[in-house]
Design a protein around this ligand. Structure first.
Ligand code: XMP
Length: 511
C-alpha cells in the first residue's frame, strides 16, 4: 500500500488515480494522520501532496519529522517537497513571482525517481507554486533543474526521500507516469498487483468474512452502475443469501424496469424482488410541484417501501451500499458542508433504524475502477457507461403536476432523444442528455389544425464530474432530427427547445 498524505492540493485525488492506474493500491489521508497510525498501516511508500499553504504561513499544515526516520521511501510533491526540505534543514523562500504553468526540467542525474530517464533528458512539466526551495537539506542532491528553479527535483539517495517542485500527476507533465512508476516499482519495490480481477477475488473473500456463514444481506438495486456492480460482487460472495430489492417508482426511463429484471433476474440469477410501487409513489406525489418537496417525498416513500420488503427477508443482517472512495476520503480538499441546493435521496438512515450492518464493497474504488471491475465480471458496456440518472428519476424532469400521462409523454420524448444521440455517435462523448417536460402550453399548427400543447426542453451537457458543466455543442442536424421526431411521434408536445445554460449558474437537472 502507498499512503498519500493530503495537504489540500486540488490534484490529490489525481495522484491516487495515477497510482491505481499503475496497478498499485493506495489510500488518501489528511496530513495530520498520527504517526502511530502510519506505523500500523506500514505503507511501502508515502507521498506528500501539494497544497496551497506556505511552510511559514500561520497554521500551515505540518507533519511529524519522525516520518523521515521510519525507513519508508517518501516522495514530496510541490508543497510536500517544500515541507520536507524545511523539516530536514533546507531553505525555503517565497518566490518573487511564483511559477505557474508549463516548464522544462533538465534531468541532471538519472537516479531514484529519475531512474527511468537519461542524464540530459528534457522533460515537459507542469509547475504551480509560489515558494521554492533555495537551499538543500543535508544529504540531498539535485536530480533536475529549470532555468529559474535550480532544485526542481531533489533526492536523498540514502534515505530514499525525494522532492519534486512540479506535478508528475497531471497530464501536462508528459513523462509523469514513468516518474511515478520509478518511485513505485524501483524505489519502493512494489509489484503491479492491484487489478480488477485481484480486487474481485479479495472483495468476495472479504464480503463472505464480514457477513459470516448464515446471515443474509439486502441490496437496493437501481439499475445504475454502482448498485449493479455492488450487487453482482455480493452475489458472487453470498449467492442466494443476497436479496436485491428493485423498487419501480414509476419514474424510470422507457424500458428500464424490464431491462433490470431481464439482466439481474434472468441473466445473473440474482434473487430479485421487483416491487411495483408506481401507484404508491404517484399518489404520494399527487399535487406536489415544489422541487424540494418532490425529492423529499420520493426519498421518504422509497425508504418505507424498501424497509417493508427488507423486513420480509429472513436473517437479514446487512445492507449493501455502493459507496465510492471519493465519498470516503477525509481529505483537506474535500468540501465542507455547503448550502443544500438539492437534497439527494439516499438510504443513509436505514442501517441504524433497521439495525443492519453495512457492506460497502466499492468504498475503496474510484468510478473508473468500478466500471473496470464491472467489465471484469461481464456487465455489459451499455450499462456500465449509461449516463447518470438521478434518484428521484423523471420526477425532477417533469415540471409541474406529476401524472401518469405527463410522465409517459416525457418517457417517450426522452427515449427518442437518446436514440438520436446514440445514432449520431455522441452518447459516450456526452456526460448526460435527457428531456424535460415543461408545464407551459404554446400554440402550434399541425396539418390545418391548431394545437395547444406542452414544451419539451432538450438538455445535454459536457462535464467531468457533474460539479460543473457546459451545454454540449450538439450539431444542429441532430437537434433538428430529435425535435422533428418528438413533435411528430409524441402526442401532447408541439414545441422543442434546447437548453443552453452552463452549471453554474444553472444546474444540470431542472429541479
Ligand atoms: P445537478 O442538477 O445538481 O446534478 O447539477 C448534478 C448531478 O447529480 C445528479 N443528481 C442526482 N443524483 N440523486 C442522485 O443520485 C439525486 O437526487 C440527484 N439529483 C441530481 C444529476 O443527474 C447530475 O448528474
Amino acid at each position: 500500500l502507498v499512503l498519500i498524505l493530503d495537504f489540500g492540493s486540488q490534484y490529490t485525488q489525481l495522484i491516487a488515480r495515477r497510482i491505481r492506474e499503475a496497478s498499485v493500491y493506495c489510500e488518501v489521508y489528511r496530513y495530520d494522520l498520527p504517526i502511530e497510525r502510519i506505523r500500523e498501516i506500514a505503507p511501502r511508500g508515502v507521498i506528500l501532496s501539494g497544497g496551497p499553504s506556505s511552510v511559514y504561513g500561520e497554521g500551515a499544515p505540518h507533519i511529524s519529522a519522525e516520518l523521515f526516520s521510519i525507513g519508508v521511501p517518501i516522495l514530496g510533491i510541490c508543497y510536500g517537497m517544500q515541507l520536507l526540505s524545511h523539516l530536514l534543514g533546507g531553505k525555503v523562500e517565497r518566490g518573487a513571482e511564483g511559477e505557474y504553468g508549463p516548464a522544462l526540467v533538465r534531468a541532471t542525474r538519472a537516479a531514484g525517481v529519475f531512474g527511468r530517464f537519461k542524464d540530459g533528458d528534457v522533460l515537459d512539466v507542469w509547475m504551480s507554486h509560489g515558494d521554492k526551495v533555495t537551499g538543500l537539506p543535508p544529504g540531498f542532491s539535485t536530480l533536475g533543474t529549470t532555468d529559474t528553479t535550480p532544485f526542481a527535483a531533489i533526492a536523498d539517495d540514502e534515505r530514499h526521500i525525494y522532492g519534486l517542485q512540479f506535478h508528475p500527476e497531471v497530464a501536462h507533465t508528459r513523462r509523469g507516469k514513468e516518474l511515478l512508476e520509478a518511485f513505485l516499482f524501483d524505489v519502493c519495490g512494489l509489484e503491479p498487483t492491484w487489478t480488477p480481477a485481484s480486487f474481485v477475488e479479495a472483495s468476495v473473500e472479504a464480503i463472505r468474512k464480514k457477513v459470516g456463514p448464515d446471515a443474509s444481506a439486502v441490496c437496493g438495486l437501481s439499475g445504475g452502475v454502482d448498485s449493479s456492480v455492488a450487487a453482482i460482487l455480493c452475489h458472487r460472495a453470498l449467492g442466494d443469501r443476497l436479496v436485491c430489492i428493485f423498487v419501480d417508482n414509476g419514474l424510470l426511463r422507457k424500458g428500464e424496469a424490464e431491462q433490470v429484471v431481464k439482466m439481474f433476474g434472468d441473466h445473473y440469477h440474482l434473487r430479485l424482488v421487483h416491487v411495483q410501487a408506481q401507484k404508491r409513489f404517484l399518489d404520494a406525489l399527487s399535487g406536489v410541484t415544489d422541487p424540494e418537496q418532490k425529492r423529499k417525498t420520493i426519498g421518504r416513500v422509497f425508504i418505507e417501501v424498501f424497509e417493508e420488503e427488507a423486513k420480509k427477508i429472513e436473517d437479514c443482517r446487512f445492507l449493501v451500499q455502493g459507496t465510492l472512495y471519493p465519498d470516503v476520503i477525509e481529505s483537506v480538499s474535500a468540501k465542507g458542508p455547503s448550502a443544500v441546493i438539492k437534497s439527494h435521496h439516499n438510504v443513509g438512515g436505514l442501517p441504524e433504524r433497521m439495525k443492519l450492518g453495512l457492506v460497502e464493497p466499492l468504498r475503496e474504488l474510484f468510478k473508473d475502477e468500478v466500471r473496470a471491475v464491472g467489465a471484469t465480471m461481464g456487465i455489459p458496456h451499455h450499462l456500465l457507461w449509461r449516463h447518470p440518472f438521478p434518484g428521484p428519476g423523471l420526477a425532477v424532469r417533469c415540471l409541474g403536476p406529476l401524472t401518469e400521462e405527463r410522465l409517459n409523454v416525457l418517457r417517450e420524448a426522452d427515449a427518442i432523444f437518446e436514440e438520436e444521440i446514440r445514432e449520431a455517435g455522441l452518447y459516450d462523448k456526452i456526460w448526460q442528455s435527457f428531456c424535460v417536460l415543461l408545464p407551459v402550453r404554446t400554440v402550434g399548427v399541425m396539418g390545418d389544425e391548431r394545437t395547444y400543447d406542452e414544451v419539451i426542453a432538450l438538455r445535454a451537457v459536457d462535464s467531468k464530474d457533474g460539479m460543473t458543466a457546459d451545454w454540449s455543442r450538439i450539431p444542429h442536424e441532430v437537434l433538428a432530427r430529435a425535435s422533428a421526431r418528438i413533435i411528430n411521434e409524441v402526442r401532447g408536445v408541439n414545441r422543442v427547445v434546447y437548453d443552453v445554460s452552463s452549471k453554474p449558474p444553472a444546474t444540470i437537472e431542472w429541479e
